[in-house]
Design a protein around this ligand. Structure first.
Ligand code: GAL
Length: 638
C-alpha cells in the first residue's frame, strides 16, 4: 500500500475566497487527505435544530474537486453554547465536584444521556448527508477522547450510570444486582463499608481519606466503558450510511480509557503526534535529556505510540495530527530543528503508518492556538513545515513501499494495569506507563523492533514476551505461558492483584509450575537506589522473593534482583536503564535475537525487507562501521 500525506483544515475559519487556492496548494504539495469538520457544530447547527450544511457541502466539493480525499470529523467534542441551555447538567464534573465550564472544548460528560441523544442526532444527519459523497473517504469520531483530563467525570449522570453498570457487573435476581457479591468482591467489611443497595453507592471522590481501591478500579473500568459506548453510538450510525473507514484520533500518553476496546468498533487507529510538546509535558526524563532533545523530541516516545497504535488499530493506523513547527501548549515551545518534521514523518512510515497528516494547514490568527504553527503562516506564506512535507511527498512517491512484519518481541501494555498502578502506586509518582516505557527504551537501545500488544493478544510467533507491571494477569495469559517456548520477562508487580484489586493467595506471581513467591515489597525514595553487583541499581520499587530459582542479578547488599526459572525471567524491582539494558541484552541473546549497542540518539526499526535507521542527534554517529549523519533517515536492506 502506498503511504500518503494529509493536513487538518478548518474551512469555517477562512473566507470562502481562499478555499480553492488552499486546496490547489495542498494538492501541489503532494497531500492526499484533508481532515475537516471536527469542531464545526456551531456553524452546522447555529440554533437548536436549525441547520446550515450548505457551507460544508461547498467545502467538500471544493476540496474533492481539487483531488483531495476528505476525512470528515463528527463535531461532538465542541457542543455549541445553546446546548448548555438545553442540558445544563451535561458538563463533566471534576474530582473536587466542580462542573467544567463552557469556553474551550470537550466540556461534556460521557454519561449524560441527553447529550448522547444530541450527538446521535447530529451524527445521523451528517452521516446520511455525506455517507454517499464520493469525496468523503474516511471518518473521524469526535476528537481526542480523554484529552484535557475529560474521561473521568463525577457528575450526577455518571453516578446513576455507574450504579447501573455495577448492577450488571454483579448480577442478581431480576434487574437488581447482587449487592452482597459486590460487598465481597470489594472487601467492604473493611472499615464497615458494606452497602445494602446499589443506590447507596457513590462515586469514589471527596472521601475523607483514600477510597477503597476495588471501588476505584470498578469506577475506572466503568468510565472507560462509557467512552467505548459513546464512540460505538457514533460508529454504528456512520456505518449504517457509509462504506468509508472510521477512525478516531488518540493522543500521546492518555490512558484513562481502554483504547483497544474503543478501536474494536473502528477500522483505523490514528493518533496525534507532538514530539516537542510531549518531551516537556509527558516524558519522564531528567533536564539534561530534555535539553538535548528539546528541538527533536524524545527518540522513543513517538515510536512507542506508533507501535501501540499499530496494535490498537489491528495493523491499520495513521498519524492524524503531526506537529509541523512549534506548538502552543507545552511549558516551552521551541521550533523543531530543520529536518525534524521530515524525520518524524518517515519514522511513522517506518513503523507502519498508512498516512501522516500535518496539524494544521494554516496558523490561526485568532483564539487559543494563535501560537501554534501550521504548514502556512497566518498570512498564507509557506511556513518551514510545508517545505519538509513537500520533501516527504516527493520521497514517498519514489520510495519502495514499507511492508510491516511481526516483530520478534512482544511488550504487553494494559490499560487496567495503568489504572491499578495509579490507584495503588505504593510510592510517589510510580507509574506503570513509565515502567513499560523504560523497558521499551532499553529494548530500542539494543536495536530491537517491538510489537506492543494487549494482554489478551495471540502471542504465537514471538521469541520474547515482556509483561512488566501487569498487575492483573488473566488466566489465559498464564495458560499461554505454560505452553510457550518463548522467553518471558515479568516483574515487578506482574500478577500482583486479582481482577477485583485484592492480593491473591497463593501470593503473586502464582505462575503454574514455577516456584516463585513475592513475599513482601517496598518502595524506595528516588535518592535511595539499591546498587547491583553487576552495575546499575534497583530503584523506586523492590520485591523480595522466595522460591526455587537461579539468581541472575544480585544486589550489592545481598539478595536477588533478577531471577530465572526455565523460560521465565523475573525482575524483582524497577531496574534503572543501565541494569535494564544489561538484563534485556542477555535475555534477548538467550531468546536467539541479535542486539546492537546503539549510540545516543540512534534508533532503528525493521520492516519486512529493510532496516530504517534514525539519527535524532545533532552529531554524526557510527554503528558497526556505518556512519549516520545528524538528523538523518537511512534505509538498509535486511
Ligand atoms: C490536538 C488537537 C487539535 C489541536 C492540537 C494542537 O490535541 O486534536 O485540535 O488542538 O492538539 O497541538
Amino acid at each position: 500500500m502506498k503511504r500518503t500525506l494529509g493536513t487538518c483544515y478548518y474551512p469555517e475559519h477562512w473566507s470562502r475566497d481562499v478555499w480553492e487556492d488552499d486546496a490547489r496548494r495542498m494538492v501541489e504539495a503532494g497531500l492526499t487527505w484533508v481532515r475537516i469538520g471536527e469542531f464545526a457544530w456551531s456553524r452546522l447547527e447555529p440554533q437548536p435544530e436549525q441547520y446550515d450544511f450548505s457551507w460544508l457541502d461547498d467545502a467538500i466539493e471544493v476540496l474533492g474537486h481539487a483531488g483531495l480525499k476528505v476525512v470528515l470529523g463528527t463535531p461532538t467534542a465542541t457542543p455549541p453554547r445553546w446546548m448548555l441551555d438545553r442540558h445544563p447538567d451535561m458538563l463533566a464534573t471534576d474530582a473536587d465536584g466542580r462542573p467544567r465550564r463552557f469556553g474551550s472544548r470537550r466540556h461534556y460528560c460521557f454519561s449524560h444521556e441527553g447529550y448522547r441523544a444530541e450527538c446521535a442526532r447530529i451524527v445521523t444527519l451528517i452521516a446520511r448527508r455525506y455517507g454517499p459523497n464520493p469525496h468523503v473517504a474516511a471518518w473521524q469520531t469526535d476528537n481526542e477522547y480523554g484529552c484535557h483530563d475529560t474521561t473521568l467525570s463525577y457528575s450526577d449522570a455518571a453516578r446513576t450510570a455507574f450504579q447501573g453498570w455495577l448492577r450488571q457487573r454483579y448480577p442478581g435476581e431480576g434487574n437488581d444486582g447482587d449487592i452482597q457479591a459486590l460487598n465481597t468482591a470489594w472487601g467492604n467489611v473493611f472499615w464497615s463499608m458494606d452497602y445494602d443497595t446499589f443506590d447507596q453507592i457513590d462515586l469514589p471522590n471527596l472521601t475523607v481519606t483514600e477510597p477503597n481501591p476495588s471501588h476505584v478500579l470498578d469506577f475506572r473500568r466503568f468510565s472507560s466503558d462509557q467512552v467505548v459506548s459513546f464512540n460505538r453510538l457514533q460508529a454504528d450510525i456512520i456505518r449504517a450510511h457509509s462504506q468509508a473507514p472510521i477512525a478516531h484520533n488518540y493522543m500521546g500518553r492518555i490512558t484513562d480509557f481502554d483504547h483497544y476496546r474503543v478501536s474494536d468498533d473502528l477500522d483505523i487507529a490514528t493518533w496525534d503526534s507532538y514530539p516537542l510538546g510531549f518531551l516537556e509535558d509527558r516524558v519522564k526524563a531528567d533536564d539534561a535529556h530534555k535539553r538535548t532533545y528539546a528541538r527533536q523530541g524524545d527518540p522513543d516516545f513517538q515510536a512507542f505510540h506508533h507501535d501501540l497504535y499499530r496494535s490498537v488499530g489491528k495493523g491499520r493506523w495513521w498519524v492524524m495530527e503531526q506537529q509541523p513547527g512549534p506548538v502552543n501548549w507545552a511549558p516551552w515551545n521551541p521550533t523543531p530543528l530543520p529536518g525534524m518534521v521530515w524525520l518524524w514523518s518517515w519514522e511513522a512510515f517506518a513503523h507502519g503508518a498508512e498516512a501522516v497528516c500535518y496539524f494544521r494547514w494554516r496558523q490561526a490568527p485568532m483564539a487559543q492556538e494563535q501560537m501554534h504553527a501550521g504548514l502556512l503562516r497566518p498570512d498564507s506564506a509557506d511556513a518551514p513545515g510545508l517545505t519538509e512535507a513537500r520533501k516527504v511527498a516527493r520521497e514517498i512517491a519514489d520510495a519502495p513501499d514499507v511492508a510491516n512484519r511481526q516483530a520478534d518481541i512482544a511488550l504487553i501494555f494494559d490499560y487496567e494495569a495503568e489504572w491499578a498502578w495509579q490507584i495503588q502506586p505504593h510510592g510517589k509518582g510510580l507509574s506503570y506507563f513509565d515502567l513499560v516505557f523504560d523497558t521499551y527504551r532499553a529494548l530500542r537501545q539494543l536495536g530491537l523492533s517491538i510489537d506492543i500488544l494487549p494482554s489478551n493478544a495471540d502471542l504465537s510467533g514471538y521469541h520474547m514476551i515482556l509483561a512488566p507491571g501487569l498487575m492483573h494477569m488473566p488466566d489465559a495469559l498464564k495458560a499461554a505461558m505454560d505452553h510457550s517456548k518463548a522467553l518471558w520477562v515479568f516483574g515487578p508487580r506482574t500478577g500482583a492483584r486479582d481482577a477485583t484489586m485484592r492480593t491473591p493467595v497463593p501470593l503473586p506471581p502464582a505462575l503454574p509450575g514455577r516456584s516463585l513467591t513475592v513475599s513482601h515489597v517496598e518502595s524506595l525514595r528516588p535518592d535511595m537506589p539499591l546498587p547491583l553487583e553487576g552495575g546499575g541499581a534497583v530503584t523506586l520499587y523492590r520485591e523480595i522473593v522466595e522460591g526455587d530459582y537461579e539468581v541472575m542479578e544480585r544486589l550489592e547488599s545481598d539478595g536477588p534482583a533478577v531471577v530465572g526459572i526455565d523460560n521465565l525471567i523475573y525482575m524483582c524491582g524497577w531496574l534503572d536503564q543501565q541494569a535494564m539494558i544489561r538484563v534485556l541484552k542477555s535475555a534477548a541473546t538467550r531468546a536467539g535475537l541479535e542486539t546492537l549497542d546503539l549510540p545516543q540518539g540512534v534508533r532503528c526499526r525493521d520492516t519486512a525487507t529493510e532496516r530504517f535507521w534514525f539519527n535524532h542527534s545533532t552529531e554524526t554517529r557510527e554503528v558497526e562501521g556505518r556512519e549516520f549523519l545528524p538528523l538523518s533517515v537511512t534505509r538498509t536492506e535486511l
